[in-house]
Each structure stands twice: as structure tokens, then as C-alpha cells.
Design a protein. Structure first.
Length: 726
């Protein structure tokens, strides 16, 4: 009997070795307990009914920072929502695996024209429970766009506590990280287990990598936080070519939290699915973020356990979902528990930095990739450059020089017949960012646009001779220091010193490619200077993508000394709040420029899309200016279902009645008045105001309306708008 016991002990030692499935014998026992607990739904639990409120957001981490910020850092990028859709689902789950969902509520907000997220998320995006040998997740599998669909997932994820887990995973950890107090005499220890997949064995399946928090007394899952690795899927030759050329890197994340129902059953309370992708085309990181909240949960329990069979466990997942589309007779939903955009505003792509794959982390060997700061560094069209085509490459030194990256970029402007480009370097240490940049830059002189910098023009508008931007040919050499604040790094304090040289353009296009006459580019005062600048941002993501309720502000002071001399102070503030079906938004821009001979490109310009829609583009100018914009919209309770056109799903027509008051004033002090007369420009000569009334459609993506001055007699001016920003 001694030999078998000795052999068993040796086997246990080997199992607990550094190359084994578990990092310790105690952890192996803990995982085995969790496997037993999560293999079968608790015997008394037959299922549940609930309302699930989901928010689906399409976001882009864009290079939307101030002029001079170094791309690739939070100081130069903003996580902006391009569209947000909210759904309410009536859910009915049974222990047999059946999960029925019916959409009963929908609303959307769009920054511009887009299709519904239902086109890219055709499958149910919630997991009703975390029991079983396989997890039913959104990632992978063939899609279905039918209104009602029963789905058996084509590519399930291997549950971290599956019976065959040893084939796919390795485990470490096992420490108690916190205690949840349920009552005065009961607390539950929460144990953290780290799960890492075996790389060579995950083909044709999805596997989980990350953290699992379990109930230390029962082994049931409390939280899953990690990433999903997807096995190879069939792709067309064209798709493979695009992915190869664009060097697409992608990753899927999950963060599922359970709550204790009736003190016994760990069931979903909040779930987050996130897909992130980066390409060589742009610094921007595209993100699809799906967050769901369970409420009004009603459990279905057995009256007796005497008839429970030994094999009574969770069956193969069979999900059905019915989306309410245009033409359905159900009424609009009014019992929303969250404002649209609230869940998105409280989340960040950085929430998954701790479980990101190596290529998304700041550690690891140095790597090079073809990647531009933004799409406009690769291709843009405007009247001063014509068509610009460029290329860019980034070296991320990572472990070789932690936090240091270097980017080179350049291209050819066809109409200007010149080479343009530059280089930038950055060093990131926690919240501190040190940057340097040398560039020949296409700089915008627009003062009261949505952001404080230009983006190379409007590609579509430029083709038709419509371009509401004016430009400076700027050479700049700068160094900056930034201190970031907040979880989303949406607030920052930045100081910069730069040497610059501004020039005008010797020639420009007269006509768009498909017709239309361009306006002449406004004059530029030539000269060199040394520029110092300080900028404070708070809520930068709210200003850049104003789809959610919130506050944002930017305060800037800059001084130029040399052949060009000026001082400039500027403030921009934005506020938005939803009240039921009402949306209130307000924005204020104020600026003042001082100097003995202020460069023309530093003067303030107002009118048209620069703050006064009832007047012509940049009809007024000055060296002091204030613009206020206030709108109130009401979401009509009609046409609130997504619209299907064949296999294409569009957001609901969702008409919104909006009225807005836009006011502005400019003045000229000192020698600026004579300068304006020489340019044949004029101040507002007091306050100018415009009343704007319009109807918005498709989440605000399109609008039709009219505006007219209210400070004087004037005709109504028809307006067609694309986009929902102030």
C-alpha cells in the first residue's frame, strides 16, 4: 500500500510543478470546485425573466487633440462616439439553454450618416448565464440578419472551468482579493484566478484569457474580465488582401459581472463586450462597445427537488431574438433607466489594458508598423493642395526604451506640386507626456469649429467646390509637456514652445472635380515667430463627440513673438443634458487677440457654420469675439423602430423637432479697425442673432430646416445639415 500512496504523492508534486496546468495543488482544488459548481445550473433554478437595457456604441480614438499635441498619446487623441444606439430587450431564459429576447425599446444618436449596429451585430450580444462547458459570446460564427432567428453558436468559447479545460488553459493565482458582505452575519470571500490559454491548442475555437473572480464558498463565477482569442475563420480572398495591406490588428474583450439573486444564485447584472481594431491607415482605434444592464429580474424556481434528474443541466444554447422594425405596431418605449450615452461615457478602452494582448501593450520588443496619425495624413483633398497622398511609419520602442515612440510621415501635394511631411517623437511616463515635432503643416484658421484644429478639409465637399475652411502653409518645430488627468485621460494640462513660419499658398484650385467654384483662400500674413502655448482641457471627449450628456471645456493662452507678434486667449465650453424626450445643448466660444500688428490668420471670424447659420460664411471679423449657441430638441414618439431595406438595417427615422438660438458679437480695437477696412471685412457692429428651426432624422444624422436673423429684418435661409454637432 505504500507504493501506490508514494506514486500518488509524486503525481501531485508533478501536477503542481511550474509547467503544469495549475500553479499549486490548492489552486487545482479550487478550480475543480469551480468546475463542479459551474457545470450545472443550481437545481432549484428553472430560469428567469428580465429587462435588459443595452447600449451599443461605435467609437473612434481619433487624433483630435490640439495643434501641436503628439499623436499616439491621450493628449492628442480623443475617444469619440460616432454613433450610440440603445435597446431594451424583454428576456426569458430557461435552464434548458433557451434564451428568448424581444426588442421593445430603441433610440439612437448619430454624429453623421451611418447604418445601424444591427448590421455588424446581427447575433444576440448578451450571455444569459455563465454555466456550462462552453460560453455563448458574440464573437465568431456565421451571422444571421433575420428578424427572428434561433441560433446555435457556430464557434463557442471554451469555458475556463470546462471539463476539458486542461487541453486549453493554464491557471495561476487563487488568492482571496476581497469580501462581499451580504448581511450582518454573512460575507462571501472573492477569489481571483488567472487564466491563460495554451496558444497552440485554440484553433477552431474561442478561448478566454484573463481574470475570473469566483465565490470562494461555492465556486460560482462572480466576474469574468479578459480577452477572447478567436480561432481562424473563413475569409474571402478580397478580405484577406485588405487585412494584409491594412495590417489589421484586432482583439475582443469581455467583462461580465454577476450579482447574487435571492442570496443563492449568481446571475448577470452587467455585461460588456468590446471589439477593438487598429490598422496601418490611421492612429485611430476603431471600437465597438456593447454594454448591457439587467433589471427587474424575476426568478422561476422549482416547487420541489424530488424529480430533479442527475443529468438535468444546461443544454446547448438556443437563442432567439426579435428586433422591432419599422412597421411594427408596438408603441415607443419610455421607461429608460439610463440616458443615452451614459454607459459609454463611463467606460474607456483603457479599462482592458491589464488583459490586452502583447501587440496592444506598451511592453515587449520594439516594433515597427506602417501607421499614420489620421486618414488625412494618407489622403486628403482641398483647394490649396489638390489631392495629397502620403505614407507614415511608427517605431514603438517598448522595452528597448519604455514609453518612447517615433513617427515619420510625408507625402506629395499634387496641385501645390510640393513634398510635405515631418517627424514626431514622444515619451510617456504614467500621466506625463513629453513630445517633440517637426512638420510642414496644413493648418486651419477657423476659430469656432467643433474642435480647435483643422483636419485637412472635407473630402466630399472639396470634390464639388464646397470647402468651409481656410488654410495656412505652416512650418513648425515644437516641444511640449503634458500632464493627463482622469481614468479616460479626457482632461489634461499642456505647455508648448515652438518655432514657426507661416506662409500663404502661391496657387489654389478654382473648381471642384465635379463642378462648383471654390472660394479664394483668405489672406495670410507671412513671417516667422516663436510661439509659447498653455492649454487646459476637461471633458475633451464630450466636446469632440457631443452625443452623451456631460460638460466639457478648453482654455488656451498663446503668445507669438518675432516677425509675427500676437497674444491670444480662447475659451470653449459645451454642456448637454437629456430630460426624458428633451435634449438641451449649449455651447459658448470666446476669444481675444492682442498685438501691435496682428497677423491676418490670427483674427477672429464668425458667420455661417462658424456660429451664425443665418449669415454668410465668415461674414464678420474682429480681434474680440463671443459666440453662444443654444438648442432644445424634442424626440417625437413616432417612427422609432430601425428601418430595414433588404438585408440593410438603418437607424430609426426618429424625427426630432429642434429650435436653436445662435448669437455672436465681434469687435475691433486699436489698429485692427483700419486693418479690417483694408481687407474689406467688418465687425458685427453689436450683437447678431439667428433663430434656427429644423427637423432632424436618423438619430440627428440629417436635418432640414431654415434660419433667419432676429436682430434685423431678413429672409429665411434654407438649411440642410449633415451631422448633429453644434
Amino acid at each position: 500500500m505504500i507504493a501506490p500512496a508514494l506514486l500518488l504523492a509524486v503525481c501531485q508534486i508533478v501536477a503542481a510543478g511550474p509547467d503544469s496546468t495549475y500553479s499549486s495543488v490548492a489552486l487545482a482544488k479550487m478550480v475543480d470546485m469551480a468546475s463542479q459548481a459551474n457545470r450545472r445550473v443550481p437545481a432549484p433554478l428553472l430560469g428567469y425573466r428580465a429587462l435588459i437595457e443595452s447600449e451599443v456604441a461605435l467609437l473612434v480614438n481619433t487624433p483630435g487633440g490640439a495643434d501641436g499635441a503628439v499623436a499616439g498619446t491621450a493628449a492628442a487623441t480623443t475617444e469619440a462616439a460616432a454613433q450610440i444606439e440603445q435597446f431594451v430587450l424583454k428576456a426569458n431564459w430557461a435552464r434548458s439553454g433557451v434564451f428568448q429576447q424581444e426588442q421593445v425599446g430603441y433610440r439612437a444618436r448619430m454624429l453623421g450618416p451611418s447604418i445601424s449596429a444591427l448590421n455588424i451585430l446581427p447575433r444576440p450580444w448578451t450571455a444569459p448565464a455563465l454555466y456550462g462547458n462552453r460560453l455563448s459570446l458574440l464573437f465568431g460564427g456565421a451571422p444571421s440578419l433575420r428578424t427572428a432567428d434561433t441560433i446555435r453558436r457556430a464557434m463557442p468559447a471554451v469555458h475556463p472551468f470546462a471539463d476539458d479545460r486542461a487541453e486549453f488553459y493554464r491557471y495561476s493565482g487563487g488568492d482571496t482579493v476581497t469580501n462581499i458582505r451580504i448581511s450582518a452575519d454573512r460575507s462571501i470571500p472573492i477569489v481571483l484566478i488567472f487564466v491563460e490559454p495554451i496558444v497552440e491548442r485554440h484553433k477552431q475555437l474561442m478561448v478566454f484569457a484573463g481574470e475570473v473572480y469566483i465565490d470562494g464558498t461555492t465556486g460560482e463565477i462572480v466576474r469574468l474580465h479578459g480577452r477572447i482569442r478567436v480561432g481562424p475563420v473563413k475569409q474571402s480572398a478580397a478580405s484577406r488582401l485588405v487585412r494584409m495591406v491594412a495590417q489589421v490588428q484586432e482583439v475582443g474583450y469581455v467583462d461580465f459581472e454577476n450579482s447574487l439573486q435571492q442570496g443563492k444564485y449568481w446571475l448577470p447584472v452587467w455585461q460588456r463586450l468590446e471589439y477593438q481594431a487598429i490598422t496601418s491607415f490611421t492612429e485611430a482605434r476603431a471600437t465597438i462597445r456593447v454594454q448591457s444592464v439587467w433589471r427587474d429580474v424575476e426568478l422561476s424556481l422549482r416547487d420541489s427537488l424530488t424529480l430533479v434528474a442527475a443529468g438535468d443541466t444546461l443544454g446547448e444554447p438556443q437563442y432567439s431574438v426579435r428586433h422591432a422594425l419599422a412597421g411594427d405596431t408596438s408603441s415607443g418605449w419610455g421607461s429608460w433607466s439610463n440616458d443615452i450615452g451614459a454607459l459609454t461615457a463611463n467606460a474607456s478602452a483603457r479599462d482592458f489594458d491589464d488583459v490586452a494582448p502583447p501587440e496592444f501593450r506598451p511592453d515587449g520588443p520594439a516594433q515597427f508598423r506602417w501607421q499614420a496619425r489620421g486618414f488625412s495624413d494618407m489622403i486628403r483633398v482641398n483647394r490649396v493642395e489638390g489631392v495629397f497622398i502620403g505614407v507614415a511609419g511608427l517605431i514603438d520602442f517598448r522595452e528597448t526604451a519604455p514609453g518612447v515612440s517615433l513617427r515619420l510621415f510625408g507625402g506629395w501635394a499634387t496641385s501645390a506640386n510640393t513634398l510635405k511631411g515631418g517627424a514626431e517623437a514622444v515619451r510617456v511616463r504614467g500621466p506625463w507626456v513629453v513630445g517633440a515635432r517637426a512638420e510642414r503643416q496644413l493648418a486651419s484658421t477657423n476659430d469656432f469649429a467643433l474642435s480647435l484644429g483643422g483636419g485637412g478639409g472635407n473630402l466630399i465637399g472639396s470634390l464639388f467646390g464646397v470647402e468651409n475652411y481656410d488654410w495656412v502653409d505652416r512650418r513648425i518645430l515644437s516641444a511640449s509637456l503634458t500632464r493627463e488627468f482622469g481614468i479616460k485621460h479626457a482632461s489634461s494640462l499642456r505647455a508648448e514652445i515652438a518655432a514657426g513660419d507661416d506662409r500663404d499658398f502661391s496657387s489654389q484650385l478654382k473648381h471642384g472635380l465635379f463642378g462648383g467654384d471654390f472660394r479664394p483662400n483668405r489672406p495670410v500674413t507671412r513671417g516667422s515667430y516663436v510661439r509659447s502655448r498653455a492649454q487646459f482641457d476637461i471633458g475633451r471627449n464630450i466636446i469632440t463627440s457631443p452625443l452623451a450628456s456631460g460638460l466639457g471645456a478648453t482654455l488656451v493662452y498663446e503668445r507669438g513673438s518675432g516677425a509675427l507678434d500676437w497674444q491670444r486667449s480662447q475659451f470653449q465650453g459645451f454642456a448637454q443634458q437629456m430630460f426624458g424626450r428633451f435634449i438641451f445643448a449649449a455651447r459658448v466660444d470666446a476669444a481675444a487677440v492682442a498685438g501691435d500688428a496682428i497677423p491676418v490668420q490670427q483674427l477672429l471670424e464668425v458667420g455661417g457654420n462658424e456660429g451664425l447659420p443665418g449669415y454668410d460664411y465668415k461674414e464678420f471679423a474682429g480681434n474680440q469675439g463671443l459666440v453662444t449657441r443654444t438648442t432644445l430638441a424634442f424626440l417625437l414618439p413616432v417612427l422609432e423602430k430601425p428601418l430595414r431595406l433588404g438585408r440593410l438595417v438603418l437607424p430609426a427615422i426618429g424625427p426630432q423637432l429642434q429650435v436653436g438660438l445662435y448669437s455672436g458679437v465681434t469687435s475691433a480695437t486699436g489698429s485692427v479697425a483700419a486693418q479690417l477696412r483694408q481687407l474689406d471685412w467688418a465687425t458685427t457692429d453689436g450683437w447678431r442673432s439667428t433663430l434656427d428651426a429644423r427637423v432632424r432624422f436618423f438619430g440627428g444624422a440629417f436635418s432640414l430646416g431654415a434660419s433667419r436673423p432676429v436682430d434685423r429684418t431678413g429672409p429665411w435661409k434654407f438649411n440642410f445639415g449633415i451631422g448633429g454637432a453644434l
